[in-house]
Design a protein around this ligand. Structure first.
Ligand code: G1P
Length: 292
């Protein structure tokens, strides 16, 4: 039986060193792309996929994330007095309801696998999703919604997958592919951040996962891997053969917002999708292109 996905985990404990000094006193997940923080895009994507429980694995200095997912009565009063109903909608309409959001802290920086393990008690014995806010995906349907649709057919573990240039394999978890029908690829093996010469393919894991709860047992047992961290990839690799395991080459474009250039690209791409900004931004880009 394929059990539904109700809970999503958002690991947001990372230090964001690649964006210093911007992230000295501000969580990297609160960096805005156009007018929304990265984490809000991830939460909206999860809501669009039918998620009802939102679990944040946070750390020191991340309080502004909690405040962002809470009502702001002073601000609401002022906006109401000024008749700014569109802005009232912009600060509230996307929020999960009271009781749907929980927080736990990852008290040691031991990696993504460790962060997910911290959510065990809040997730319980159910399949769940993991979304990495750094991976911002511009798509019609929403990447997680597309994954849930595929999951409802194949069950098991499902990861978002994307083919990357060979020289980039050391940035990603890489899939050893089995049967491959284009969008859906069977996962026969997984390696975290292999050298290009050792990578089993160019098919990379992108930061969206649907996982069966047995992952928590494997996370307990897995040794420290790449970078001395407890890797989600290594725990997932142990589940191959135990549950169906696929990668979905999702539609849309993924921006690596953990990287400065990717973050700038995301801002431009999302601005070009924004009805109020599109034409001014297009003019600006045309002007700049002429000077290059
Ligand atoms: C993490 C995962 C990696 C995955 C990547 C996707 O790496 O460990 O397997 O490919 O996210 O963005 P990180 O980017 O946190 O180093």
């Amino acid at each position: 039986m394929i059990r539904p996905i109700r809970t999503a985990v958002f690991p947001v404990g990372g230090l964001g060193t690649r964006f210093l000094p911007a992230t000295k006193a501000m969580p990297k997940e609160m960096l805005p792309v156009v007018d929304k923080p990265l984490i809000q895009y991830a939460v909206e994507e999860a809501r669009a996929a039918g998620i009802e429980e939102f679990v944040f694995v946070t750390g020191r200095g991340k309080q502004s994330i909690e405040d962002h997912f809470d009502r702001s009565y002073e601000l609401e009063d002022v906006l109401r007095e000024r008749g700014k109903n569109d802005l009232l909608d912009a600060i509230n309409s996307w929020m999960p309801k009271s009781g749907q959001v929980s927080y736990t802290r990852q008290m040691e920086p031991l990696g993504l696998g460790h962060a997910v393990r911290c959510a065990k008690a809040l997730v319980g014995d159910e399949p769940f999703a993991v979304l990495l806010a750094d991976d911002l995906i511009l798509s019609q349907k929403g990447c997680l919604a597309e994954m849930v649709e595929a999951y409802n057919r194949v069950g098991g573990n499902l990861i978002a997958a994307m083919d990357v240039p060979q020289e980039h394999t050391r940035r990603y978890g890489i899939v050893k592919p089995g049967k491959d029908d284009g969008p859906l690829v069977e996962v026969k093996g997984l390696v975290e951040k292999p050298k290009p010469s050792e990578a089993p393919s160019r098919t990379a894991v992108i930061g969206r996962y649907i996982l069966q709860p047995q992952i928590f047992d494997h996370l307990d047992r897995v040794e420290r891997g790449a970078g001395g961290e407890i890797q989600l990839t290594d725990a997932m690799a142990r589940m191959i053969g135990e549950v169906p395991f696929h990668g979905l080459r999702f539609s849309g474009t993924r921006y690596d917002c953990g990287d400065k250039v990717g973050f700038l690209q995301a801002n431009i791409a999302f601005a070009l999708e924004h009805p109020d900004l599109k034409s001014e931004v297009q003019d600006f880009l045309r002007d700049i292109a002429r000077t290059l």
